[in-house]
Structure formats: structure tokens, C-alpha cells
Design a protein. Structure first.
Lengths: 112, 115
């Protein structure tokens, strides 16, 4: 069964700095990969997803992620963060025809 | 806009008093999911419906039940809420249970408080 590890529980950064949120997964078969963002007291919003094709995936709000099969990683990046990006970010993985499994989440705090 | 709607957004119940949470969707998706998310934790899948077929996760307590009367609506029933059931409950939908069309879309959640 698939599993997901988000390597950092909290990431503090200053406004306009670049950020990378790390995600590694474990699976013996092909997978689909997702990043979701959750603002306080709200549901999860899909940022981006990798299903197949190009390994660099662009999402909403200026985020992008790169699928690296050899390193089993799907790290999320943004070149310049805003205060409004402060939120919880969840990486998730799904094996073909299996339910999604979430990582424990990374709390991104953007400071002025 | 097509969306996933959850009512109420905040629910307060008493210990042991049954409570029902509601989810509706305008996406016409075949699959509906219920997740439990406790503070600072990842969402945990409780069960899902694929059309009318109910799929329970092995570790979901019997205290949690679900109903899906039609494609648009799905309910989460907690028969006897305990203090440990206080959490955010998230509803999600997808057009398929897997495969290339598989992406889950989430509602805003219902925060349940148990007194």
C-alpha cells in the first residue's frame, strides 16, 4: 500500500522568499500525486496534481511541483511567497484504483 | 459554480446525542467520501460511496454510519458521539474511484464540537 512522508511539519519563511515543501512517497506501482492547501477552518483545495506526462506540474497561486520517480519525491515550490500563502499543505498519493493517502501536513508560515 | 457543500459549518452536540452531518454536490460525481480530521492531523478516510455501493474503512468505528439517498446527497451519522469524535469532518467527491480521472474535490468541512 502507498504511503506519504512530508519531511517538515513546519516551514517559516519571510515574504517574497522562495519556498520548497518536501514530499516523499512509497509505492511499488505507478501513482498519482497531489498537493492540497487548507486555510484555517476550511476544506482542502487542490493546488496541483501529477497523473502522467511532464514531470513538472504547474498549479494555482504560482505553485509548481516536480515528480521525481527515481527519488520517489514530489516537492512543492514557489519562487516568491505572500502572506496569504500561510496555510497547511498536504501531499497525497493514490495508486491506480486505490484511495488517496495523505501526508501529515506542513504548516507554512509566511512572515512580513 | 459546481461545488461540494457541507451543512452546517459548525455543529455542537452533547455527549451521546446522535448527530447528522450533511454533504451535497453539484458536480454529478459518482463517488462521495467522508473524512475525519483532528487538530493538526491529516484527514483520515472513514468510508466512501461509489454510486450506491458503500465501502467502509476497516478501522472506522461502528459509531459512524453513512447514507446516500441519491447522487447529490450524502450524510454522516454519528450514533453516540464521544469527546474523541470532536473533529473537522470533510466531504469530498470524485468522478471515479481511481484511474486517470481520479481527483477528489472537497467541501469546506463541518467542525463538530462534543460537550
Amino acid at each position: 500500500a502507498q504511503s506519504v512522508t512530508q519531511l517538515d511539519s513546519q516551514v517559516p519563511v519571510f515574504e517574497e522568499a522562495p519556498v520548497e515543501l518536501r514530499c516523499n512517497y512509497s509505492s511499488s506501482v505507478s501513482v498519482y500525486l497531489f498537493w492540497y492547501v487548507q486555510y484555517p477552518n476550511q476544506g482542502l483545495q487542490l493546488l496541483l496534481k501529477y497523473l502522467s506526462g511532464s514531470t513538472l506540474v504547474k498549479g494555482i497561486n504560482g505553485f509548481e511541483a516536480e515528480f521525481n520517480k527515481s527519488q520517489t519525491s514530489f516537492h512543492l515550490r514557489k519562487p516568491s511567497v505572500h502572506i496569504s500563502d500561510t496555510a497547511e499543505y498536504f501531499c497525497a498519493v493514490s495508486e491506480r484504483n486505490n484511495d488517496m493517502r495523505f501526508g501529515a501536513g506542513t504548516r507554512l508560515t509566511v512572515k512580513p | 459554480d459546481a461545488m461540494v457543500i457541507q451543512n452546517p459549518r459548525y455543529q455542537v452536540t452533547q455527549f451521546g446525542k446522535p448527530v447528522t452531518l450533511s454533504c451535497s454536490q453539484t458536480l454529478n460525481h459518482n463517488v462521495m467520501y467522508w473524512y475525519q480530521q483532528k487538530s493538526s492531523q491529516a484527514p483520515k478516510l472513514l468510508f466512501h460511496y461509489y454510486d450506491k455501493d458503500f465501502n467502509n474503512e476497516a478501522d472506522t468505528p461502528d459509531n459512524f454510519q453513512s447514507r446516500r439517498p441519491n447522487t447529490s446527497f450524502c450524510f454522516l451519522d454519528i450514533r453516540s458521539p464521544g469527546l474523541g469524535d470532536a473533529a473537522m469532518y470533510l466531504c469530498a467527491t470524485s468522478s471515479a474511484p481511481g484511474g486517470p480521472r481520479y481527483t477528489q474535490y472537497f467541501g469546506p468541512g463541518t467542525r463538530l464540537t462534543v460537550l
